[in-house]
Ligand binder design. Structure first.
Ligand code: PBG
Length: 333
């Protein structure tokens, strides 16, 4: 008997029935990726009329404020609802304790005010962490032994959040992983009358090697040591639940898992226990890998991009921070 002739199984369930046509497939699709899910991380630097590509992140740029504003108008028109801002701070402005981080005339407050004047409706999310501002590149203040001191750092983070709120940001996003910073920042914001400024907590942020290209972009790599005394051990998952629960108790409006792709199990577990929206950060290294393989012609970059982001949503993320945001928005249009 030839392989296609007269041979039929009598099966009650044939899952392939619902895969036969495009229309059927669309009807039963469980997860969708929408432009509304996207948060676009962007890098701002001093200067004028400057746009410098990040070498390890093709298609991502450090913009001077004027060009950043033009880009923001464009991406808001594409439907992207939010940006996450990161500053490139000149070495001359860095010190041991990150003083520049709460300068009301610093790069981030100026940038936030300018964005809000131009495109008031876009959600502006500012990063709360000291690493772009410290001469040693750590997210906190060091003692003589080089240990990052928690509570003193939290005090500075609260000042930083206030400076950002005064400039008009909609949401602050502490990415530092100090204990108790969500509660301290919530209290500080409320005391200053910023009860409507949201907090997106980097709750389960791992000590990951996937942050390399981001540190290239900002020149923020730690000068010595690593971030393992504050960021989470990649081997742990129960601890992620503790971090999420603490942050929600302390007042987080959104919790985050970071990185995304190597931590889909964590996203899924966090989604089960979190009563607030869950964000996932598709970080710089995840972006760089897809771009590099795409450039070599080893993968279909656009398809891998969409499949990756869909997998992050399927795992349970409600929101995705991704450097692919603009490309995705263009593709979905
Ligand atoms: C630092 C910070 C990092 C990222 C966002 N905020 C790097 C780090 O913790 O060293 C990484 C983002 C990315 O890799 O895309 N507070």
């Amino acid at each position: 008997m030839s392989s296609t002739e007269n041979y039929e199984l009598f099966l009650t369930q044939r899952p392939r029935r619902l895969r036969r046509t495009d229309a059927l497939r669309r009807m039963v699709q469980e997860t969708t990726l929408s432009v509304n899910d996207l948060i676009y991380p962007m890098f701002v630097m001093e200067g004028e009329n400057e746009k410098v590509e990040v070498e390890s992140m093709p298609g991502c740029y450090r913009f001077s404020l004027d060009l950043l504003l033009a880009e923001i108008a464009e991406i808001y028109a594409l439907g992207i609802p939010a940006i996450a801002l990161f500053p490139v701070v000149p070495d001359a402005k860095k010190d041991e304790v990150g003083t520049e981080s709460y300068n009301p005339d610093g790069l981030i407050p100026r940038t936030v005010a300018a964005i809000k004047a131009q495109t008031p409706d876009i959600t502006v999310i500012t990063d709360v962490a000291l690493d772009p501002y410290t001469s040693h590149g750590h997210d906190g203040i060091l003692d003589e032994a080089g240990y990052i001191v928690n509570d003193i750092t939290v005090e500075v983070l609260a000042k930083m959040a206030i400076a950002q709120a005064r400039a008009g940001c909609d949401m602050v996003a502490p990415s530092d992983m100090m204990d108790g910073r969500i509660g301290a920042i919530r209290d500080a914001l409320d005391e200053e009358g910023f009860t409507n400024v949201c907090i997106m907590a980097y709750s389960a942020k791992y000590a990951s090697a996937y942050y390399g290209p981001f540190r290239d972009a900002l020149g923020s790599a730690p000068k010595s040591g690593d971030k393992k005394t504050y960021q989470m051990n990649p081997a742990n998952s129960t601890e992620a639940i503790l971090e999420v629960e603490l942050d929600i108790t302390e007042g987080a409006d959104i919790v985050m898992v970071k990185p995304a792709l190597p931590y889909l199990d964590i996203i899924s577990k966090v989604r089960e226990v979190s009563a607030v929206p869950v964000a996932a950060y598709n970080v710089s290294g995840e972006y760089a890998m897809i771009k590099a393989a795409g450039e070599k012609g080893w993968i279909d970059e656009k398809k891998v991009m969409m499949e990756t982001l869909l997998s992050i949503k399927r795992a349970g993320a409600d929101l995705i921070l991704t450097y692919f945001a603009k490309e995705v928005a263009l593709l979905l249009k």
